[in-house]
Design a protein around this ligand. Structure first.
Ligand SMILES: Cc1ncc(COP(=O)(O)O)c(C=O)c1O
Length: 324
Protein backbone atom coordinates (compact mmCIF):
# COMPACT_ATOMS: atom_id res chain seq x y z
CA UNK A 1 0.00 0.00 0.00
CA UNK A 2 1.39 3.44 -0.90
CA UNK A 3 0.79 6.86 0.66
CA UNK A 4 1.55 10.38 -0.54
CA UNK A 5 4.84 11.68 0.95
CA UNK A 6 5.39 15.27 2.14
CA UNK A 7 6.94 16.30 -1.19
CA UNK A 8 4.38 14.47 -3.26
CA UNK A 9 6.48 11.35 -3.80
CA UNK A 10 5.02 7.90 -3.26
CA UNK A 11 5.96 6.20 -0.02
CA UNK A 12 4.81 3.01 1.63
CA UNK A 13 2.55 3.04 4.68
CA UNK A 14 4.04 2.58 8.16
CA UNK A 15 2.49 -0.86 8.49
CA UNK A 16 3.94 -1.96 5.16
CA UNK A 17 7.35 -0.62 6.10
CA UNK A 18 7.30 -2.49 9.43
CA UNK A 19 6.09 -5.65 7.68
CA UNK A 20 9.02 -5.46 5.27
CA UNK A 21 11.47 -5.04 8.10
CA UNK A 22 10.15 -8.15 9.85
CA UNK A 23 10.35 -9.96 6.52
CA UNK A 24 13.97 -8.85 6.15
CA UNK A 25 14.83 -10.23 9.59
CA UNK A 26 13.24 -13.55 8.64
CA UNK A 27 14.80 -13.69 5.17
CA UNK A 28 18.29 -12.93 6.43
CA UNK A 29 17.97 -15.44 9.26
CA UNK A 30 18.91 -12.96 11.98
CA UNK A 31 16.91 -14.83 14.59
CA UNK A 32 17.94 -18.31 13.45
CA UNK A 33 21.22 -18.13 11.53
CA UNK A 34 22.36 -21.28 9.82
CA UNK A 35 25.19 -23.16 11.53
CA UNK A 36 27.18 -22.95 8.28
CA UNK A 37 26.95 -19.19 7.90
CA UNK A 38 29.70 -16.99 9.39
CA UNK A 39 29.21 -15.47 12.85
CA UNK A 40 30.62 -12.23 11.44
CA UNK A 41 31.90 -11.00 8.09
CA UNK A 42 34.77 -9.10 9.61
CA UNK A 43 36.34 -6.06 7.95
CA UNK A 44 38.70 -3.47 9.37
CA UNK A 45 36.99 -0.13 10.11
CA UNK A 46 38.29 1.69 7.00
CA UNK A 47 37.06 -1.03 4.66
CA UNK A 48 33.74 -1.40 6.46
CA UNK A 49 33.15 2.33 6.35
CA UNK A 50 33.70 2.22 2.58
CA UNK A 51 31.28 -0.70 2.20
CA UNK A 52 28.47 1.01 4.11
CA UNK A 53 26.73 4.27 3.18
CA UNK A 54 26.95 6.02 6.51
CA UNK A 55 26.72 9.66 5.49
CA UNK A 56 23.30 11.15 6.32
CA UNK A 57 21.46 12.07 3.12
CA UNK A 58 19.45 15.28 3.37
CA UNK A 59 17.25 14.16 0.47
CA UNK A 60 16.16 10.98 2.20
CA UNK A 61 16.09 7.64 0.45
CA UNK A 62 13.49 5.44 -1.15
CA UNK A 63 12.13 2.52 0.85
CA UNK A 64 13.96 -0.02 -1.30
CA UNK A 65 17.26 1.73 -0.70
CA UNK A 66 16.51 1.88 3.01
CA UNK A 67 15.89 -1.86 3.06
CA UNK A 68 19.15 -2.44 1.20
CA UNK A 69 20.97 -0.45 3.88
CA UNK A 70 19.24 -2.51 6.57
CA UNK A 71 20.37 -5.62 4.73
CA UNK A 72 23.97 -4.33 4.88
CA UNK A 73 23.64 -3.73 8.60
CA UNK A 74 22.57 -7.34 9.09
CA UNK A 75 25.28 -8.65 6.74
CA UNK A 76 28.18 -6.94 8.50
CA UNK A 77 26.97 -7.28 12.09
CA UNK A 78 27.90 -10.01 14.54
CA UNK A 79 25.20 -12.70 14.52
CA UNK A 80 24.59 -13.08 18.24
CA UNK A 81 21.89 -15.72 17.65
CA UNK A 82 24.42 -17.94 15.86
CA UNK A 83 25.10 -21.25 17.62
CA UNK A 84 28.83 -20.48 17.46
CA UNK A 85 28.52 -17.04 19.03
CA UNK A 86 30.05 -17.42 22.50
CA UNK A 87 30.39 -14.40 24.72
CA UNK A 88 30.89 -14.03 28.45
CA UNK A 89 28.01 -11.61 28.83
CA UNK A 90 25.13 -12.42 26.53
CA UNK A 91 24.04 -14.44 23.54
CA UNK A 92 21.28 -14.30 20.97
CA UNK A 93 17.87 -12.95 21.65
CA UNK A 94 14.78 -14.33 23.22
CA UNK A 95 11.74 -13.89 20.95
CA UNK A 96 9.49 -12.97 23.88
CA UNK A 97 11.97 -10.36 25.05
CA UNK A 98 12.26 -9.02 21.52
CA UNK A 99 8.48 -8.80 21.15
CA UNK A 100 8.24 -6.97 24.49
CA UNK A 101 10.99 -4.58 23.39
CA UNK A 102 9.07 -3.87 20.16
CA UNK A 103 5.92 -3.20 22.15
CA UNK A 104 7.71 -0.80 24.48
CA UNK A 105 9.40 0.95 21.54
CA UNK A 106 6.14 1.20 19.62
CA UNK A 107 4.48 2.88 22.59
CA UNK A 108 7.57 5.11 22.86
CA UNK A 109 6.82 5.67 26.48
CA UNK A 110 8.83 7.43 29.15
CA UNK A 111 8.73 6.04 32.62
CA UNK A 112 9.40 9.30 34.48
CA UNK A 113 5.84 9.78 35.77
CA UNK A 114 2.76 7.65 36.33
CA UNK A 115 0.78 10.12 34.22
CA UNK A 116 2.68 9.24 31.04
CA UNK A 117 3.43 5.60 31.82
CA UNK A 118 0.74 4.11 34.08
CA UNK A 119 1.25 0.54 32.89
CA UNK A 120 5.05 0.57 32.76
CA UNK A 121 5.37 2.16 36.21
CA UNK A 122 3.27 -0.67 37.62
CA UNK A 123 5.25 -3.23 35.61
CA UNK A 124 8.51 -1.90 37.10
CA UNK A 125 7.08 -2.09 40.62
CA UNK A 126 5.79 -5.63 40.06
CA UNK A 127 9.09 -6.89 38.61
CA UNK A 128 11.09 -5.32 41.44
CA UNK A 129 8.70 -6.83 44.01
CA UNK A 130 9.24 -10.20 42.37
CA UNK A 131 13.04 -9.84 42.43
CA UNK A 132 13.01 -8.67 46.07
CA UNK A 133 10.89 -11.69 46.89
CA UNK A 134 13.34 -14.05 45.18
CA UNK A 135 16.16 -12.66 47.30
CA UNK A 136 14.01 -12.74 50.44
CA UNK A 137 14.31 -8.99 51.06
CA UNK A 138 11.46 -7.81 53.28
CA UNK A 139 10.57 -4.10 53.04
CA UNK A 140 13.12 -3.56 50.31
CA UNK A 141 13.03 -1.26 47.34
CA UNK A 142 14.74 -1.01 43.99
CA UNK A 143 15.07 0.66 40.66
CA UNK A 144 16.04 -0.32 37.14
CA UNK A 145 19.40 1.03 36.05
CA UNK A 146 21.11 1.40 32.68
CA UNK A 147 23.88 -1.03 33.63
CA UNK A 148 26.07 -2.62 36.23
CA UNK A 149 28.44 0.33 36.58
CA UNK A 150 25.63 2.73 37.41
CA UNK A 151 24.11 0.20 39.81
CA UNK A 152 27.45 -0.08 41.62
CA UNK A 153 27.46 3.69 41.89
CA UNK A 154 23.89 3.76 43.25
CA UNK A 155 25.09 1.41 46.00
CA UNK A 156 28.02 3.68 46.81
CA UNK A 157 25.78 6.75 46.97
CA UNK A 158 23.37 5.13 49.42
CA UNK A 159 26.22 3.77 51.53
CA UNK A 160 27.88 7.17 51.63
CA UNK A 161 24.64 8.81 52.71
CA UNK A 162 24.21 6.20 55.43
CA UNK A 163 27.78 6.69 56.67
CA UNK A 164 27.73 10.50 56.44
CA UNK A 165 24.20 11.93 56.03
CA UNK A 166 25.63 15.47 55.80
CA UNK A 167 27.48 14.51 52.61
CA UNK A 168 24.26 15.23 50.74
CA UNK A 169 24.16 18.90 51.71
CA UNK A 170 27.72 19.71 52.73
CA UNK A 171 29.75 17.54 50.36
CA UNK A 172 32.91 15.71 51.36
CA UNK A 173 35.32 18.54 52.18
CA UNK A 174 36.88 18.45 55.63
CA UNK A 175 36.07 14.76 56.09
CA UNK A 176 38.57 11.91 56.45
CA UNK A 177 38.95 10.02 53.13
CA UNK A 178 36.14 7.51 52.56
CA UNK A 179 37.35 4.04 51.68
CA UNK A 180 35.81 1.32 49.50
CA UNK A 181 36.84 -2.36 49.49
CA UNK A 182 36.45 -4.78 46.65
CA UNK A 183 38.38 -7.90 45.70
CA UNK A 184 41.31 -7.64 43.34
CA UNK A 185 39.03 -9.40 40.82
CA UNK A 186 36.17 -6.92 41.42
CA UNK A 187 34.88 -5.08 38.34
CA UNK A 188 36.67 -1.85 37.39
CA UNK A 189 33.36 0.01 37.57
CA UNK A 190 33.82 0.13 41.35
CA UNK A 191 36.86 2.35 40.75
CA UNK A 192 34.93 4.31 38.16
CA UNK A 193 32.18 4.97 40.72
CA UNK A 194 34.78 6.10 43.28
CA UNK A 195 36.19 8.48 40.66
CA UNK A 196 32.81 9.95 39.71
CA UNK A 197 31.67 10.36 43.30
CA UNK A 198 34.81 12.19 44.40
CA UNK A 199 35.96 9.35 46.64
CA UNK A 200 39.10 8.81 44.57
CA UNK A 201 40.40 5.64 43.00
CA UNK A 202 43.31 5.54 45.49
CA UNK A 203 40.66 4.96 48.14
CA UNK A 204 39.43 1.72 46.54
CA UNK A 205 41.35 -0.98 48.38
CA UNK A 206 41.86 -4.27 46.47
CA UNK A 207 41.29 -7.20 48.84
CA UNK A 208 43.26 -10.37 48.08
CA UNK A 209 41.52 -13.34 46.46
CA UNK A 210 42.04 -17.07 47.06
CA UNK A 211 42.96 -19.61 44.40
CA UNK A 212 39.30 -19.68 43.19
CA UNK A 213 39.16 -15.91 42.75
CA UNK A 214 37.02 -15.31 45.87
CA UNK A 215 37.61 -12.38 48.19
CA UNK A 216 39.55 -13.49 51.28
CA UNK A 217 37.59 -12.54 54.38
CA UNK A 218 40.78 -12.57 56.49
CA UNK A 219 42.42 -10.02 54.17
CA UNK A 220 39.31 -7.85 54.24
CA UNK A 221 39.62 -7.60 58.02
CA UNK A 222 43.31 -6.65 57.71
CA UNK A 223 42.50 -3.99 55.10
CA UNK A 224 39.70 -2.50 57.19
CA UNK A 225 41.86 -2.35 60.31
CA UNK A 226 44.74 -0.78 58.42
CA UNK A 227 42.43 1.84 56.93
CA UNK A 228 41.06 2.75 60.35
CA UNK A 229 44.62 2.94 61.75
CA UNK A 230 45.46 5.42 58.95
CA UNK A 231 42.63 7.69 60.13
CA UNK A 232 40.42 7.00 57.10
CA UNK A 233 36.74 6.06 57.09
CA UNK A 234 35.81 2.69 55.60
CA UNK A 235 32.17 2.66 54.50
CA UNK A 236 31.53 0.27 51.60
CA UNK A 237 32.40 -3.31 50.69
CA UNK A 238 31.59 -4.31 47.12
CA UNK A 239 31.40 -8.10 47.01
CA UNK A 240 30.93 -9.91 43.71
CA UNK A 241 28.58 -12.81 42.99
CA UNK A 242 30.04 -14.01 39.71
CA UNK A 243 33.26 -12.13 38.89
CA UNK A 244 33.67 -11.04 35.28
CA UNK A 245 36.57 -13.29 34.36
CA UNK A 246 36.42 -16.32 36.68
CA UNK A 247 32.74 -16.25 37.70
CA UNK A 248 33.83 -16.49 41.34
CA UNK A 249 31.40 -15.95 44.21
CA UNK A 250 32.75 -14.04 47.20
CA UNK A 251 31.87 -15.58 50.61
CA UNK A 252 28.86 -13.38 51.24
CA UNK A 253 27.93 -14.68 54.66
CA UNK A 254 31.40 -14.16 56.06
CA UNK A 255 31.61 -10.72 54.48
CA UNK A 256 28.19 -9.84 55.88
CA UNK A 257 29.37 -10.68 59.39
CA UNK A 258 32.49 -8.53 58.95
CA UNK A 259 30.47 -5.62 57.58
CA UNK A 260 28.06 -5.92 60.47
CA UNK A 261 30.95 -5.89 62.95
CA UNK A 262 32.55 -2.75 61.45
CA UNK A 263 29.29 -1.00 60.50
CA UNK A 264 29.98 -1.11 56.76
CA UNK A 265 27.53 -1.33 53.89
CA UNK A 266 27.71 -4.63 52.01
CA UNK A 267 26.92 -4.34 48.32
CA UNK A 268 26.73 -7.39 46.06
CA UNK A 269 27.68 -6.90 42.43
CA UNK A 270 25.84 -9.81 40.91
CA UNK A 271 26.79 -10.93 37.45
CA UNK A 272 25.67 -14.46 36.73
CA UNK A 273 22.14 -13.62 37.64
CA UNK A 274 20.44 -16.86 36.78
CA UNK A 275 22.84 -19.01 38.70
CA UNK A 276 22.69 -16.76 41.71
CA UNK A 277 18.92 -16.71 41.73
CA UNK A 278 18.87 -20.46 41.40
CA UNK A 279 21.11 -20.81 44.42
CA UNK A 280 19.00 -18.36 46.33
CA UNK A 281 15.70 -19.93 45.39
CA UNK A 282 16.84 -23.42 46.26
CA UNK A 283 18.12 -22.19 49.60
CA UNK A 284 21.68 -23.27 48.88
CA UNK A 285 22.88 -19.80 49.63
CA UNK A 286 21.38 -19.78 53.12
CA UNK A 287 22.49 -16.22 53.76
CA UNK A 288 21.29 -13.79 56.34
CA UNK A 289 19.49 -11.19 54.26
CA UNK A 290 19.39 -8.74 57.20
CA UNK A 291 23.14 -8.37 56.93
CA UNK A 292 23.21 -7.62 53.21
CA UNK A 293 22.15 -4.10 52.39
CA UNK A 294 21.76 -4.42 48.70
CA UNK A 295 22.23 -6.26 45.50
CA UNK A 296 22.53 -5.27 41.92
CA UNK A 297 22.21 -7.40 38.91
CA UNK A 298 23.59 -6.56 35.50
CA UNK A 299 21.33 -9.41 34.31
CA UNK A 300 23.84 -10.79 31.91
CA UNK A 301 25.86 -13.89 31.52
CA UNK A 302 23.71 -16.59 30.08
CA UNK A 303 22.83 -18.02 26.72
CA UNK A 304 19.85 -16.36 25.07
CA UNK A 305 20.05 -13.46 27.49
CA UNK A 306 19.12 -10.19 25.87
CA UNK A 307 21.36 -7.29 26.77
CA UNK A 308 19.10 -5.83 29.39
CA UNK A 309 19.13 -3.02 31.88
CA UNK A 310 20.24 -3.82 35.39
CA UNK A 311 18.15 -3.67 38.46
CA UNK A 312 19.34 -2.39 41.79
CA UNK A 313 17.66 -3.55 44.98
CA UNK A 314 18.24 -2.77 48.60
CA UNK A 315 16.87 -3.80 51.97
CA UNK A 316 17.51 -0.39 53.48
CA UNK A 317 16.30 2.01 50.78
CA UNK A 318 13.04 2.82 52.53
CA UNK A 319 14.77 3.88 55.74
CA UNK A 320 17.17 6.07 53.79
CA UNK A 321 14.35 7.61 51.79
CA UNK A 322 12.45 8.50 54.95
CA UNK A 323 15.44 10.39 56.29
CA UNK A 324 16.03 12.22 53.00
C1 LIG B 1 30.73 -8.14 37.74
C2 LIG B 1 30.41 -6.96 36.88
N1 LIG B 1 29.99 -5.83 37.48
C3 LIG B 1 29.70 -4.73 36.76
C4 LIG B 1 29.79 -4.73 35.39
C5 LIG B 1 29.50 -3.46 34.62
O1 LIG B 1 28.34 -3.59 33.90
P1 LIG B 1 27.98 -2.53 32.74
O2 LIG B 1 28.93 -2.78 31.63
O3 LIG B 1 26.55 -2.86 32.44
O4 LIG B 1 28.12 -1.13 33.31
C6 LIG B 1 30.20 -5.88 34.72
C7 LIG B 1 30.32 -5.92 33.26
O5 LIG B 1 30.82 -6.82 32.67
C8 LIG B 1 30.52 -7.03 35.48
O6 LIG B 1 30.99 -8.15 34.91
Amino acid sequence: MEEQGRNGEKCVSRATMLGRMVQLLCDTGVLEPSRNSPVVRFHHPDKLEALLSLEPDAQGVHMNELLRLCHDIVDYSVQTCHPHFKNQLYGGTDPYGLAAAWLAEALNTNIHTYEVAPVFVLVECAVLRHVLNIFGFQNGDGIFAPGGSVSNMYGMVLARYRAIPDSKTKGLSGLPPLVVFTSEDGHYSVKKGAHWLGIGTDNVVPVKTDSHGRMMASDLICCIQQTIAEGKKPFFVSATAGTTVLGAFDPLEQLADICHQYGLWLHVDQHVSRLFMLLSVTGMLGWNTDAVQEILSPSQGSEQARISPSYFITTKMLQVQQKM
